[in-house]
Write a protein that binds this ligand. Structure first.
Ligand code: HEC
Length: 259
């Protein structure tokens, strides 16, 4: 008897309350865009688009119940440390303000159900994959490296994206070491890039001016040597970074390689 009346009361409540989409619109859409954002408007948003939020959540959490738990907790007690989005997102937008007091757990639960069911859309996921693919191609085209296979990871870039995530758990000492490695690598690659650009321009010029091939030969060798050096720096950076990270941290980063 008692159970039955609770059941009726709950059903009644659900019936009376607005559905997930309406709640999403009234409680979240003032900050989170609900439609798929066109790439060019992404920089103008005041919070990450809901598509992006759910994309990152689903990358990191697979169980539906855990996702609901995460959203419930984040809406009431947001914290940069809990964030599953890229670390630069929190920097860019500031931490989300808590909605405690203006939303009930029941409402958050309905919103999560809706989000889990409908987000991210297939179109958004395709767009992200396309952007990532283009980024990879651009990186390869502008790469100063001798070996520029996609499989050679951009480890420091990956770390910066995940810098403050609790799940990665970088200690202060690790961060200091990693920043030094990053700085050394960037400096040496930058220097090489500048020299490469000059040399390559000179080679092209020589061809246009119909200079004899022998005069170009020396420059080609220099270019090859510079690319070899860039690759050495890259490899040194990876192995030094691996020394700083522990097994658990590597296991955490592994699925993000090549993204
Ligand atoms: C006043 C603006 C605002 C409102 C309203 C708002 N958010 Fe946010 N939210 C943000 C900002 C800014 C971020 C990005 C920074 C961060 O992650 O804390 C964010 C991030 C998030 C994240 C990602 C956490 C992560 O991993 O970084 C989730 C989940 C989220 N919001 C859910 C919601 C839901 C659900 C609602 C509606 C119930 C909502 N937000 C309403 C501003 C808002």
């Amino acid at each position: 008897m008692f159970k039955k009346s609770i059941l009726i009361a709950t059903v009644g409540l659900n019936f009376l309350s607005a559905d997930g989409l309406d709640l999403l619109k009234s409680k979240c859409a003032s900050c989170h865009m609900l439609e798929k954002p066109a790439p060019e408007i992404i920089p103008t948003l005041k919070a990450p688009a809901m598509e992006a939020v759910m994309y990152h959540i689903k990358l990191e959490i697979s169980e539906k119940a855990k996702i609901k738990e995460f959203i419930l907790d984040y809406v009431l007690n947001p914290d940069a440390k809990k964030s599953v989005c890229e670390s630069n997102k929190v920097e860019q937008y500031g931490v989300m303000p808590s909605l405690k007091g203006s939303i009930t757990t029941q409402e958050i639960s309905q919103i999560s159900e809706y989000l889990i069911e409908h987000y991210p859309s297939k179109l958004f996921v395709e767009m992200i994959h396309q952007i990532q693919h283009n980024d990879t191609l651009n990186a390869l085209q502008n790469s100063p490296f001798l070996i520029n296979k996609e499989s050679l990871p951009h480890l420091t870039g990956l770390l910066i994206k995940n810098w403050d995530k609790k799940a990665l758990g970088l200690s202060q000492t690790q961060k200091e070491k990693l920043l030094i490695i990053r700085k050394e690598t960037i400096n040496s690659i930058q220097q090489i890039k500048t020299k490469l650009e000059t040399l390559e321009a000179e080679v092209i010029e020589a061809l246009v001016d119909k200079e004899p091939t022998e005069s170009v030969e020396k420059k080609i060798k220099e270019i090859a040597e510079l690319k070899a050096n860039a690759t050495r720096s890259h490899i040194r950076c990876i192995s030094k970074t691996l020394e700083v990270l522990n097994e658990e941290q590597l296991t955490y980063l592994l699925p993000f390689w090549g993204m």
